[in-house]
Ligand binder design. Sequence first.
Ligand code: NI
Length: 438
Amino acid sequence: MRTRIANVILTPGVKDDRHIPFVPDAEVLVEQNRIAFAGRREDAPAFEADVTIDGQGALAMPGLCNAHTHTPMTLLRSIGSDLPLDRWLNEAIFPVEKHLTDEAVRAGSDLGILEMLRFGTTSFNDMYMHMDMEAQAVRDSGMRALLGHGVVDFDGSCDDLLPNLALVEKWNHAADDRIRVSLAPHSEGATTPAVLARIRDAAQRYGVPIHIHISETRADQEGSLARRGLTPLGYLEKLGLLDDPVLAAHCVWVTPEDIERIVRYGVTVLHNPVSNLKLASGVAPVARMLEAGCRVALGTDGVASNNNLNLWEEIKLMPMLQKGVTLDPTVVSPAQTLCAATYAGAQALGYRDLGLLKEGWLADLILVDLHQPHMAPANDMESNLVYAAQGSDVKLTMVDGQVLYQDGRFLTLDAGLIVERAKREAAQLLERAQRAQG
Ligand code: NI
């Protein structure tokens, strides 16, 4: 399949903190699942296209990567809203999650993928349960994802590692390599040194990354200091886990020494500003981390603490929050923000050739409507993109060379059916939970 996307303004994306480049009068040529050309129309090579898409002056850019989420939690949308984090987890979330079934997780995964595609997310990094169902949803939808079974181990039995290892064996590099698998210990507080040592060995054996929650709350940080005499990152360092690629969600309460560790070991910080605000966890020191040279990617976290999967909200909030907290409007540039929402996440997922629109790279891209009132005039395009654009401006979402969403239509998914099934599964799930609580 050869696709020409004509009549667009192009940003190939960014991998550092310089300005975002824009190429007017551009086109993108896609052959199978890779970019054959992205640049000025007059420089394009001869190309026999099977399909030509008229971009109508939209912005062609790399697809967004939601670098930390729990997709099936769409079924728990808005549950326990505005409770303190410990009560939210223990009274609202855990009692319901206990009653999840394969069918519920499949329904929630499909709903989440639908929502992400609608808002221009082309890949995501997930940690949850019943992951075989989520992997099937990713495979069938055409989406791209890094998936891990969230491992908890309170008793040192390491039993909960088994489904994660099975997931690696079955799904790593599946669906034409659109699915990759991580090892996903939930957090320092929910695991034992025994299971973390086995995860370290397995990560090395399989060559897969480790995805973990780090210092999300003050209680996480202080609890770790009390239990281990070390911060969560100091503890992982001592156990040798930082020698593998580590994707560290949150990092809200990290110390200056932790920031040094993040840089030294090349840990990717997965920043979730909306979720951290909603649960009153705090504000991660992202400006300081970027200044120190940390890699930072953006995520929504689960829908139950967000309450949607529209990464454009994080795109706007990431720089805003840092300016507000540091009282310095010059920190966190649009380019750093776009990088966190695209390239940094794509690289963290383990793909070396994803996150920029570049010849030979994987064709995950979106078209953003520039003709809406809130995008005019384009006095400063990069500022418009980060502060003015809306998720609903996404007109087209392509993953691995295949158009999955275009102008209100989903090409691989039956949106009406998925929404209805998700509502039904959510109602049944809440009913099971309520019945169990008497
Ligand atoms: Ni999370």
